[in-house]
Write a protein of this length. Sequence first.
Length: 444
Amino acid sequence: MNTRDALIHRDPAGSYPVITRGEGIYLIDEDGNRYIDGVSGAGNVTLGHGQKQIAAVMAEQAETMAYCFSAFFTNRPALDLASRLASIAPGSLNHAYFVSGGSEGNETAFKIARLYHLQRGNERKHKIISRWRSYHGATLGALAASGLPGLRAPFTSWLPDFPKIEPSYPYRCKFAGCEGTCNLTCADQLEEAILQAGPDTVAAFIGEPVVNAGITVSPPPPDYYHRIREICDKYDVLFIADEIITGFGRTGRWFAIEHYDVVPDLLVFGKGATAGYMPLGGVLLTDDIRDALDEAGSFPHVFTYVNNPVATRVAWTVLDIIEREGLLEHVTRMGEQLETASKRLLEHPIVGDIRIKGLMMGIELVRDRATAEPFPASRKVSARIPQITMEHGLHVSSTSGCADWVNGDDVRFYPPLVISPEEIETAVSVLDTALDQATREFDV
């Protein structure tokens, strides 16, 4: 569709198919073309499109009570969902604060961390340490923690100067002695950053359990978060797990941090909590942090749609579907199948690395596999792959700059959790075709 219309689009020069409906893992445009939704909307449509049970619950709750303001009232769907999340979250993450999405969730977590330290007499603790190549949201506090220079650049003068450390990225590790196998130097950087900033000024560290922003699907080694937890405890720094993408089954667990047997102090969620059917995000927090907030006597923070009854009722229904259909186990099986099926993609010389965690897959593209030399940005390799896959009925996403912020390309595939074995094979076959065509086009 011509983008020169009344609606503002992300890319003014882009062409956007007009989607009229969704069925399962498919999107269908007004010309009848069907596309596998290989990125689950924006990582949020985890249960696929057209879930009639969710639509019915939305209508029923809206007819009964669509809204009440959290500053004066509470409601049963929000109360019930908070208790249910406490029952499935790890450790003592027994308390919930509901907002409208992931960015608001991270803003809320930062404020909670600040208030926690104030209540304990640590008035100087205010800085949030994060990682380069992370993404934590578009609001100003969340953007300040995000490690993507291209998104930050226009607004740098508005952003607090939060310290950054390197992510775990074995394929292009910058640290001596790593050589493709993480030796946790990247985790030890957190201690260096705390000491440089001043331990009495650092309130929290935030990290996505599996990085999926400036680099695609980069799971850390098993001991990474144990080291992070140790460092945080040593310097009285709270650990915030950003599970906006990875939560609610994406990796085969309720929350991806469970793979690492570590309990964060705060856990931020969004996206998959409502499977994309309603805006909802939130923060889970431990008993200790809840106690500190209660002792403070008030929480000076509010959004209009805190504890929204329609959104929290939808989230309850999402949990019902995940449990009834055994989707955590299904994701584990489908992730194993994806890992097996994707091995043939390594036959293409353009493929440097494939990384998978549950139903998240990242494919890093290179000009020379032996040296991991990236394509120059001018070739726009990552932009070409989604164009080819769309021609064959598969929508995937891609980014550039993974090698050195300018050069380097990757492709991302994280479909709805309800994808079938046959649909995985179809999607991988399309990727196979696209990589073959791209290899020839870019003369590799």
